[in-house]
Design a protein around this ligand. Structure first.
Ligand code: HEM
Length: 406
């Protein structure tokens, strides 16, 4: 029997009658709604469910959502606009509640509240404060080096430390996540909250200033609840771990796939430094070929490849000259804009030289976004990636075990 086929409603049970009424009601309510959505909605002129490659730079990919793949859209959607209009974060995507998803730096959608939180955290992310934490980054790089040394003595190793977490529509996330994982997540959030509160009560274990120290200082002034405190800390862990791991793993993959690039990068690192220990944040900044390879990895394999959704303001606005009604969810689809041949010649090729040649539209690649909600961890990421990639390249030679791996 086919689900929903003619046999589905044969018995006059309460269930089947209920089903008939429901379908009838849904038909009455939804057919006009769907007709309006498809033909009369203000966004109906944009093709539904289309790919940018087929339909162009603007695609209507959900009833009330537009995806942009053109470089100019970056400024119009995410930066401070000349007309003063502000596109805020989509409250559905950046969901909040009073417990596990309490307000934090990433999901705060009210611009004034976000500005307060941003100010509270700004110093922790400044280049100066991060250099004070450099020893920590060096310590972890050392641990990674040791682990590679130990494991490679036993055979090939899996460097692919980055695990993709698929962006699942928030509505369905709860139902699609196995119960054990959901409960594990809740337990983890509770435990980390308890941990931070214990730290606040008993005082810090060391003199080292970290991100949470800055939040604790302003906690009372900004009315930060216990749940918000834990949410900030969890948000920072999520924002800063998977992303950096992804770019590092992508970088090593593309280097191994391109022996000529690999050789150039190795020569640069080994001629600029006589040992891996010498490589620190300041010195690594001068590794221009490594920087180009990293920029190219951010472009071809962006750690956040999707569109970060924003809502158009009251009274509508214009994006790249295109009128968009108020209340529409829009974003620049990162993967599409960085693989758009209008922006990058031969976009699927890993070609770090393009960052020196400057014949492409390099401004089209913004893995950290731009404007007031731009990533606060950009400086930290560059320190981590440059130091780790350079030190590891100094210590080891790599090659892909399976050369056909793609
Ligand atoms: C490869 C590395 C990284 C990439 C590509 C990246 C990318 C991004 C992007 C695209 C956003 C905007 C998200 C949105 O609009 O919802 C963002 C926000 C943010 N990121 Fe990162 N990130 C990286 C690493 C880090 C690190 C290491 C930290 C440090 C903990 C960090 C902290 C943050 C914070 C605090 C925000 C929120 C900023 C705000 O709304 O004011 N990120 N990041």
């Amino acid at each position: 029997m086919e689900f929903g086929g003619p046999c589905w409603l044969i018995h006059g049970s309460i269930t089947s009658r209920f089903a008939i009424y429901s379908i009838g009601l849904a038909t009455v309510a939804y057919v006009p709604y769907l007709t309006w959505l498809i033909w009369f909605h203000p966004l109906s002129r944009f093709p539904v469910k289309a790919l940018h490659g087929k339909y162009g730079d603007v695609v209507r990919w959900a009833p009330n959502e537009l995806s942009f793949a053109c470089a100019d859209a970056w400024k119009d959607i995410y930066d401070r606009r000349k007309d003063g209009k502000v596109l805020t974060k989509d409250p559905v995507w950046y969901r909040k509640d009073a417990t596990m998803r309490a307000e934090h730096i990433v999901n705060a959608d009210d611009p004034a509240r976000h500005a307060e939180i941003h100010k509270m955290m700004a110093y922790a992310f400044s280049a100066k404060a991060l250099l004070e934490q450099e020893d920590l980054i060096l310590q972890y790089t050392g641990q990674l080096g040791e682990a590679i040394k130990e494991q490679s003595a036993r055979g090939p190793i899996n460097l692919d430390a980055a695990i993709w977490t698929l962006p699942i529509v928030p509505y369905f996330q709860y139902w699609l996540t196995p119960k054990a994982v959901r409960e594990g997540g809740a337990r983890y959030a509770m435990e980390s909250k308890e941990d931070i509160l214990r730290g606040e009560r008993d005082g810090p274990k060391s003199d080292r200033i970290d991100f949470v120290s800055y939040i604790l200082k302003k906690r009372q002034e900004l009315n930060i609840t216990d749940s918000q405190l834990a949410a900030h800390s969890n948000a920072l862990i999520v924002a800063g771990s998977e992303t950096s791991a992804t770019v590092l793993s992508g970088l090593f993959f593309y280097l191994c796939k391109h022996p000529d690039v690999y050789a150039k990068r190795k020569k640069e690192v080994r001629s600029d430094f006589t040992s891996a220990d010498e490589i620190m944040a300041k010195g690594a900044e001068g590794l221009s070929y490594l920087t180009a390879c990293t920029n190219e990895t951010f472009r071809i394999y962006p750690p956040i490849p999707i569109a970060m959704p924003r809502v158009t303001p009251k009274g509508s606005c214009t994006i790249t000259g295109c009128f968009v009604p108020e209340g529409t969810v829009i974003g620049v689809y990162v993967w599409s804009v960085t693989h758009n041949p209008e922006n990058f010649n031969d976009p699927d090729a890993f070609h770090p030289e393009r960052w020196f040649e400057k014949s492409d539209n390099l401004d089209a690649s913004n893995p950290f976004l731009m404007g007031p909600r731009m990533c606060m961890g950009i400086n930290m990421t560059w320190i981590e990636v440059r130091v780790m990639a350079a030190q590891i390249a100094h210590m080891f030679d790599f090659e892909l075990e399976d050369k056909t791996f793609d």
